[in-house]
Ligand binder design. Structure first.
Ligand code: NDP
Length: 320
C-alpha cells in the first residue's frame, strides 16, 4: 500500500509518501481501506518529536470501508466505519482496534466523518465530561476558527453558553461569528481585560485553551473565582511550569490537562461520543467546516498549512 512515513523528526519535508507492506490486523482489529484521513495539530507534535508516538506512519483518525473483519464479528466486510483514536492513519490501509470503530450513519459524508470525528469526539468530551457550561454562562474558547475551535464554539453556543473566542485574522473572525460566537477577540496583552469588560468585571466560568504557551497567562487571568482552565493543547508551545499557589491567589481556580485516549476508554464510551457527534452533524447543530482537502501524497502541504496558522476548520487527506 501507499502511506506517508516519518523516519526522523523534523519539518514537513520529513513526511515521505511511499510504498510499504500492507498492515495485518491483529486480535481485536479490523482492516479498513481509508476514504478520508483527518489531519490534526497533534500530528505536527508527533512529526517534530514533541510527542512520543508509534511511527513511522503518523495519523490517528479516519473513515473508510472494512475489507477484513478479523475474528471479532462486530463489523462485516463492506461496513463504513470511522475512528477517532487509531494509529498509522496516513495510509491506504489501516488496522483499527474494533473498540475504537463506529459505523458511519447513512447521510454523513465520508470526508466529514474521517476529517472531523477526532475533533468532534474531543469537543464532546471537553463540553460533556470535563467542564459542562450552563446556559447563559460566559466561557472563553481560544482559536475559534480552527478545527477544534469551530466545533467547540458551535456546540457550546447551541447549548446556550455565551462564547467568547479568539482569532488572529479577519477571515478567521468571520468563521468564528458564523460558528455562533457571542464575542470575538484578537490575542494580545489586553485579552484578559477585554474578557473582564465583556463579563461585567467578573470573568468567565471556564476557558478551553488549545493554544498553550502564548495564551496561558491570559487564560488564567480571564477566569472568575472558582473558574476552570481546560488546557487541552499547545499549538503555540508547551505551557510553562505553574506555582499552584497562584491558583489560590487568582480565586481558587481549577486547572486540568485532559487527553483524548482517557475519554474513549471503552467501546461504549466511543459509541456514545461518536454517535452524539454524528447526530449533531445530522441535525445541523454542528456544521463541519472543511478547511482543506489534500491528496494523501500531499500530507506535507497540509502540515505546512496547519502549522503556519493558514487554515480554518478541519483538514482531510484523501487517498487516490
Ligand atoms: P487548529 O486547526 O485549531 O490549528 C491550531 C490553531 O491554533 C491555529 O489555526 C491558530 O489559530 C491557533 N494558534 C495560536 N497560536 C499558534 C501558533 N503559535 N502556532 C500555530 N497555531 C497557533 O488545530 P486542531 O483543531 O487540530 O487542534 C487545536 C488544539 O487542540 C491543538 O493544540 C491540539 O493539540 C488540541 N487537541 C487536543 C486534544 C486532546 O484530547 N487534548 C484532541 C484534539 C486536539 P489562530 O490563527 O486563530 O490563532
Amino acid at each position: 500500500m501507499r502511506a506517508v512515513v516519518v523516519t526522523r523528526p523534523g519539518g514537513p519535508e520529513v513526511l515521505r509518501y511511499c510504498r510499504i507492506p500492507d498492515p495485518v490486523p491483529g486480535p481485536g482489529e479490523v482492516l479498513v481501506r481509508t476514504e478520508a484521513i483527518g489531519v490534526n495539530f497533534r500530528d505536527v507534535y508527533v512529526r517534530t518529536g514533541a510527542y512520543p508516538a508509534e511511527l513511522p506512519v503518523p495519523g490517528l483518525e479516519g473513515a473508510g470501508v472494512v475489507v477484513d473483519a478479523g475474528h471479532g464479528g462486530e463489523f462485516a466486510v463492506g461496513d463504513r466505519v470511522a475512528w477517532s483514536y487509531g494509529r498509522a492513519g496516513y495510509a491506504e490501509l489501516v488496522a483499527v482496534p474494533v473498540a475504537q470503530c463506529v459505523l458511519v450513519p447513512d447521510g454523513i459524508d465520508r470526508t466529514i466523518a474521517g476529517g472531523a470525528i477526532l475533533q468532534g469526539v474531543t469537543a464532546h468530551y471537553l463540553l460533556e465530561s470535563v467542564y459542562r457550561p450552563e446556559p447563559g454562562e460566559a466561557i472563553l474558547i481560544h482559536a475559534g476558527a480552527g478545527g477544534m475551535g469551530q466545533l467547540l464554539v458551535q456546540w457550546a453556543a447551541a447549548r446556550g453558553a455565551r462564547v467568547i473566542t479568539t482569532v488572529s485574522t479577519d477571515e478567521k473572525e468571520k468563521a468564528a461569528w458564523e460558528a455562533g460566537a457571542w464575542q470575538v477577540l484578537r490575542y494580545g496583552a489586553e485579552l484578559a481585560e477585554s474578557v473582564r469588560e465583556l463579563t461585567g468585571g467578573e470573568g468567565v466560568a471556564a476557558v478551553y485553551d488549545g493554544v498553550g504557551a502564548a495564551t496561558f497567562e491570559a487564560s488564567l487571568t480571564s477566569l472568575r473565582p472558582r473558574g476552570m482552565l481546560v488546557s487541552f493543547g499547545s499549538a503555540s508551545g508547551r505551557v510553562p511550569p505553574l506555582d499552584l499557589q497562584r491558583l489560590a491567589e487568582l480565586g481558587s481556580l481549577s486547572i486540568t490537562r485532559p487527553l483524548l485516549p482517557h475519554f474513549v476508554h471503552t467501546h461504549a464510551e466511543v459509541l456514545w461520543r461518536a454517535n452524539a457527534v454524528f447526530a449533531a452533524i445530522a441535525d445541523g447543530t454542528l456544521r463541519v467546516r472543511l478547511g482543506g482537502t489534500y491528496p494523501l501524497a500531499d500530507a506535507a502541504r497540509a502540515h505546512r498549512d496547519i502549522e503556519s496558522r493558514a487554515t480554518t476548520g478541519s483538514l482531510v487527506l484523501l487517498p487516490e
